[in-house]
Design a protein. Structure first.
Length: 317
């Protein structure tokens, strides 16, 4: 078994864990700042897919899931103990998913809240800043999953099981999510819905202030219903970008799961550049918009509502 102590010591210098009393509170800006400040720091060297820094990000997220009281859904060791981290072998390296679970009272239904934890690492061929910190892409999405996990794990047991998943190696073609889908913890037919969180650290000027948007909003009944439940969520204002097909949600959607991506990406020019830094994150916006999702997601986890694709809108490969 790999000794994880060096990894734990590495990131323990950069974080202050919130006290237990804060777990029952709504999502707080100070927690978003702490988590995103670690994941997108220069010390994390851009969380490159399949690198030790992606592994450290995975272990950090796992440690937070453990603190929040989630059950582990990753690998099982030789002694039968479950971990939060799921290792995925690549041709010449490994990538890592992180899976935390809040068990529901109805074991045959589940929802997923997901993001990707990797980014582009370091480009030594550049002059000046060489680190692709990926603050918006997608440390912001990983933090959204973490904060929703914190709040939902502190509440009453939901009706539906909730899977909180952060995928590795999205930037290398969705390797982590494709492995998860090929080896799902439950049959995919039992996953009622997936919300993937990607690039929601800055507001998009094309939608109302304080608002997030949902890719493929017009394709299913999920987005409109979440909006009716109070989510600050509207249709994707950039249909020409085809974002519905460009994130981990799509691998699930083509398998029949109602899966969409929540974002606020306003096509800023820092996308996939070293300038996607923490300094560009609008923390008050991120805090307000994520808080608008808490009650709608709680409702989804506890309702009997099952979203469906609208006629002719189910994706095909």
């Amino acid at each position: 078994m790999t000794n994880r102590l060096p990894l734990i010591l590495f990131f323990s210098f950069f974080i202050t864990f919130p006290v237990a009393a804060q777990r029952n509170a709504p999502i707080k800006e100070q927690d978003i700042r702490a988590e995103l400040g670690f994941l997108a720091s220069d010390a994390m060297q851009g969380r490159g897919s399949g690198t030790i820094y992606e592994r450290i990000a995975a272990e950090y997220i796992a440690s937070q899931f453990r603190q929040f009281g989630l059950e582990p859904g990753g690998d099982t060791d030789s002694a039968g103990n479950k971990d939060y981290v799921q290792s995925v072998s690549l041709n010449s390296s490994t990538t890592w998913n992180v899976i935390g679970i809040v068990k529901g009272s109805q074991p045959d239904e589940a929802i997923m809240l997901s993001a990707h934890l990797d980014h582009l690492g370091v480009n030594e061929g550049l002059t000046g800043d060489k680190i692709f910190n990926g603050a918006d892409d997608d440390a912001s999405g990983s933090v959204a999953v973490l904060e929703l996990a914190r709040v939902l794990a502190a509440g009453k047991q939901p009706r539906r099981t909730i899977y909180f998943v952060c995928f590795g190696s999205e930037e290398r073609g969705g390797i982590g999510s494709r492995y998860f889908i090929a080896n799902p913890p439950v049959p995919l037919a039992q996953i009622v819905a997936d919300l993937t969180f990607e690039m929601l650290g800055r507001p998009d000027a094309k939608v109302p202030a304080g608002t997030l948007w949902l890719t493929g909003f017009e394709r299913s009944t999920l987005g409109p219903e979440l909006a009716r439940q109070g989510a600050a969520l509207v249709a994707d204002p950039h249909p020409e970008q085809n974002f519905f097909r460009r994130s981990d949600n799509y691998s699930l959607a083509v398998r029949g799961v109602i899966a969409h991506t929540v974002s606020s990406f306003g096509l800023h020019t820092d996308y996939h550049r070293p300038s996607d830094d923490i300094s560009k994150i609008d923390f008050p916006f991120m805090t307000r918009s994520l808080n608008s999702l808490v009650k709608p997601v709680q409702w989804l986890a506890n309702s009997t509502f099952r979203p469906t694709w609208l006629p002719g809108q189910a994706p095909t490969r």
